[in-house]
Write a protein that binds this ligand. Sequence first.
Ligand code: ZN
Length: 93
Amino acid sequence: MNPKVSQNNVPRNVIILATIVTVVFGMFRLVLFLILVWVAALAFIIVYQYNSTRTGKGNFVCLDCATIHQNPSCPKCGSRLKKIYSQSDRYGI
Ligand SMILES: [Zn+2]
C-alpha cells in the first residue's frame, strides 16, 4: 500500500460510502438517517483533513539538511533555503 495514495483517497472513499448509503436509505425513505450520515461524513472529512495537516512536525523542509521546522530559518543549520512541507510530498527528505 502506498501511503500517499491511501491518504489522498480517504475523503473520496467517505463520499463514495455516503453516496451508497444515500441510495440504500433513499430506497427506504429514511431521510433522517440520510441527513445524519451526511453530517457524519462531512464531519469526518473535516476532522481528517484537519488532522492530516497537523500530523507533520512543521510547515517547512530545510533544503540543506532536510530538517522539518516551522521557523523562517532552519533551527539546525540556520539555512533559509526551505520548501513547504506537505504530507503528500515526502520525497526529497
Ligand atoms: Zn537545515
